[in-house]
Design a protein around this ligand. Structure first.
Ligand SMILES: C=C(CC[C@@H](C)[C@H]1CC[C@H]2C3=CC[C@H]4[C@H](C)[C@@H](O)CC[C@]4(C)[C@H]3CC[C@]12C)C(C)C
Ligand SMILES: C[S@@+](CC[C@H](N)C(=O)[O-])C[C@H]1O[C@@H](n2cnc3c(N)ncnc32)[C@H](O)[C@@H]1O
Length: 358
């Protein structure tokens, strides 16, 4: 081979690799590339150890007895997955029903806007985003309602990502992000005009504790809406396949144990809320929320190859491949949970803090 053909072959190979990693594997929404994957606040050399610790803790969620350790492990989980989520899903870490003729991005935004419409906030009022991730919902909600949104997340890396995105999108005057535990929030009593949580309170070992905290910080008369992860009335704990799917969802999503849909209202009432409305937003005529996960299967294989190459080259931390593989299996369990109807990530509950409450 003469030197010109050698040069052309090398250039083609390099171009192909660049295309495979950087063009084929960019974030759903611009901001994260495969080459940026990190372990969040965990240093690269400790990613694998942290993954192994996470795995030994959450492997059998139903057996988790030390509830006080859960927030720390959830924090570790989000250090491990936040970049992969942003890269492969976008800035909103939740599901939404598919809407024929609309993109995932629009369907996601509409699902988020519905939450703030339900809590009836006015421009300039202050609302709380409980478990805000990197702030995808917060920005959509602030832009839609012109309310001031304060988000709280246990994960410091997410706080920094959210702040960066808020600034880039020009919404930082409406959006504030705080690092803290939603089981013990650094906010005064009766200080918010409304609150919402999107697929976040499922991480609380006891739902009652997080609902009680939200109740405390809300002004009397104001509304709170939550999209909860639950097992539905189709779930049968005697059915081995059902149990396998639900346990797969729990361990791949850092859940200390999924709750039954029937527990949600009971808990809201117990802490003092009036339940205004409750509805599983996944139920027909809503279109499947899991179709986006299913459609992505080919992309996950490609991502797996990209992550494996990057980890081998030392660009992505060791352990990224294991985390990605865990998510790969989680996607399958979530899809099976959706298809069988035993699981919903969008059991909506709308509650009011009574006016008379002291
Ligand atoms: C509410 C929670 C998170 C919900 C979803 C945002 C995430 C649940 C599973 C995640 C993913 C699974 C497969 C990944 C894929 C293998 C990878 O190549 C690209 C990213 C995924 C699609 C990833 C994206 C986010 C999820 C869909 C929980 C934690 C309470
Ligand atoms: C699946 S993400 C959803 C994020 C966001 N609601 C969204 O839809 O993009 C769950 C979020 O809950 C947060 N979270 C979990 N446990 C928490 C805790 N104890 N205190 C504060 N935040 C917590 C995580 O850090 C993460 O930001």
């Amino acid at each position: 081979m003469d030197s010109l053909s050698l040069f052309c072959t090398a250039a083609l190979l390099a171009g192909g690799l660049y295309w495979f990693i950087c063009i084929l594997g960019p974030a759903e929404q611009k901001g994260k590339r495969a080459t940026d994957l990190s372990g969040g606040s965990i240093s690269a050399e400790k990613v694998l150890d942290n993954y192994n610790n996470y795995w030994s803790f959450f492997r059998r969620p139903k057996e988790i007895e030390t509830a006080e350790k859960v927030p720390d492990f959830v924090d570790t989980f989000y250090n491990l997955v936040t970049d992969i989520y942003e890269w492969g899903w976008g800035q909103s870490f939740h599901f939404s029903p598919s809407i024929p003729g609309k993109s995932h991005r629009d369907a996601t935004r509409l699902h988020e806007e519905m939450a703030v419409d339900l809590i009836e906030v006015k421009p300039g009022q202050k609302i709380l985003d409980v478990g805000c991730g990197v702030g995808g919902p917060m920005r959509a909600i602030a832009a839609h309602s012109r309310a001031n949104v304060v988000g709280i997340t246990i994960n410091e890396y997410q706080v920094n990502r959210a702040k960066l995105h808020n600034k880039k999108s020009g919404l930082d005057s409406l959006c504030e992000v705080v690092c803290g535990n939603f089981l013990k929030m650094p906010f005064s009593d009766n200080s918010f005009d409304g609150a919402y949580s999107i697929e976040a309170t499922c991480h609380a070992p006891k739902l009652e504790e997080v609902y009680a905290e939200i109740f405390r910080v809300l002004k009397p008369g104001s509304l709170y809406v939550s999209y909860e992860w639950v097992t539905t009335d189709k779930y049968n704990s005697e059915n081995d396949e059902h149990v396998e799917v639900i346990q797969g969802i729990e361990r791949g999503d850092a859940l200390p144990g999924l709750r039954s849909y029937a527990d949600i209202t009971k808990t809201a009432n117990k802490v003092g809320f009036e339940v205004v409305k409750e509805k599983d937003l996944a139920e027909p005529p809503a279109q499947p929320w899991w179709s986006r996960l299913k459609m992505g299967r080919v992309a996950y294989w490609r991502n797996h190859i990209v992550v494996t190459i990057l980890a081998a080259l030392g660009i992505a931390p060791k352990g990224t491949v294991d985390v990605h593989e865990m998510l790969f299996h989680t996607a399958d369990h979530l899809t099976r949970g959706g298809e069988s109807g035993i699981f919903s990530p969008m059991h909506m509950i709308l509650c009011r803090k009574p006016n008379s409450s002291s």
